[in-house]
Design a protein around this ligand. Structure first.
Ligand code: PLP
Length: 413
């Protein structure tokens, strides 16, 4: 069949790939062990000469493999490795591809736990520097002779900064650097990082792709654009494979087999179910976020609104050019931070919870929770004020959300 549309591919992929008894979805394979009639096949799976075989579930099952095919297709990549969480995927990527003495260049505006992981990498002898990746000159100036990798997120949480994704892609190509893009907030429904030259794409499957807040998972997808044969840190064992398979092979072998952050079949199945409605959910939640952002921007009790779909956003043009929508993530400031507790408690629909990309709208005050440990100084440097609230827009009916915010904000004066 010709190349299909995004959602058509997701909902028919399992069936077309072939499933038992005509099942329209891949079953949940719970075996840890996989046996073979002929021992030659067992040997072949171990040595990688028999493709697509399974031997031990830590390295994958038919169910996780089906999800990997789905993510590969969504990101238009050449392969994917799934993990138990988004953090496991990011950790495996760094630990398997970087060595002591290497330099990792990253955006200053990244997920808090990723930032904390940078600290761990430094204790292992990896140099990590963070820059304002919205400014290509800052990124260019920070490249060192030992730089191996550049890491950015598409839309940062909670400030919604968007890096110069195209400029960094060109810079990485020029210097032969691996370009890793965390696509969690946008997801392939809004943006495919391959379009800006990404080498590897990370998705926390927990968030936009599953969308139901009922499973944890992560994935790393190779776009096929990077020449791993020129990358110094690939072990000799993996050099025997085709150049474009080497990076992901090392991530699977070292990151999954040795480090063991494996996704279970049950969770993979649950994520695959959520993924079927990815494009529909993201359309609705992004429309909701835009309507809320416009309402909040015009409200007397609100200061800054951070949302890339607003003309006032510094990277509005980039979002318009590269993304199909500005996503479900928005943040805003209550002018009177002292009213925050009462305002948030007055909201009836948004759930007071951490977490992102649920079907239900979630709200959290940023400074006293997710950025509490960071301290006042870091918060100031990152532009996080005491009155900042982060909203993950759900798929509720927009009139209900607008009415709820209108009544709660009456307490904001
Ligand atoms: C949540 C998140 C992660 C980590 O994902 P988990 O599945 O929760 O481990 C990584 N990157 C971004 C941008 C995230 O929002």
């Amino acid at each position: 069949m010709d190349k299909q549309g995004f959602t058509t591919g997701i909902v028919h992929g399992d069936r077309i790939a072939g499933s038992e008894h005509g099942g329209v979805r891949q079953p949940i394979h719970t075996s840890v062990q996989y046996g073979f009639e002929r021992v030659e096949d067992l040997i072949g799976v171990f040595q990688g000469t028999k493709k697509g075989g399974f031997n031990y579930a830590r390295q994958g099952t038919p169910t996780t493999a089906a999800l990997e095919r789905k993510i590969t297709s969504l990101e238009e990549g050449v392969g994917t490795v799934c993990f138990s969480t988004g953090m496991a995927a990011i950790t495996a990527t760094f630990l398997t591809l970087l060595r002591a003495g290497d330099h990792l260049l990253a955006s200053r505006y990244v997920f808090g736990n990723t930032n904390s992981l940078f600290g761990t990498l430094r204790t292992l002898g990896v140099e990590v520097t963070t820059v304002d990746a919205c400014t290509i000159d800052e990124v260019r100036a920070a490249v060192r002779p030992n730089t191996r990798m550049v890491f950015v997120e598409t839309i940062a949480n909670p400030g919604t900064q968007i890096p110069d994704l195209e400029g960094i892609g060109a810079l990485c190509r020029e210097h032969g650097l691996a370009y890793v893009v965390d696509n969690t907030i946008t997801s392939p429904a809004l943006f495919k990082p391959k379009a800006v030259g990404a080498s590897l794409v990370v998705n926390s499957l927990t968030k936009t792709i599953a969308g139901h807040g009922a499973a944890l998972g992560g994935a790393v997808t190779d776009t096929g654009l990077f020449d791993w044969s020129a990358y110094p840190n690939i072990a000799d064992d993996y050099r025997r494979s085709a150049a474009r398979e080497q990076g992901l092979l090392q991530i699977r072998k070292k990151g999954l087999r040795d480090m063991g952050g494996s996704l279970s079949s049950e969770q993979a199945h649950s994520i695959a179910l959520g993924a079927e409605t990815l494009a529909l959910r993201v359309k609705q939640s992004s429309d909701n976020a835009l309507a809320l952002a416009k309402f909040l921007e015009g409200h007397a009790a609100i200061g800054k609104v951070f949302y890339p779909g607003l003309r006032s956003h510094p990277q509005y043009e980039i979002a318009q050019k590269l993304f199909k929508g500005a996503s479900w993530l928005l943040s805003f400031e209550l002018l009177n931070a002292e009213r925050m507790i009462d305002v948030v408690n007055a909201l009836q629909l948004p759930i007071k919870a951490t977490g992102l990309a649920d079907t239900r709208t979630l709200i959290i005050p940023v400074a006293p929770t997710i950025f509490f440990e960071a301290g006042a100084e870091t918060r100031k440097a990152m532009g996080i004020s005491d009155g900042m609230l982060r909203l993950s827009a759900g798929i509720e009916d927009i009139d209900d959300l607008l009415a709820d915010f209108a009544q709660a904000l009456k307490l904001a004066a």
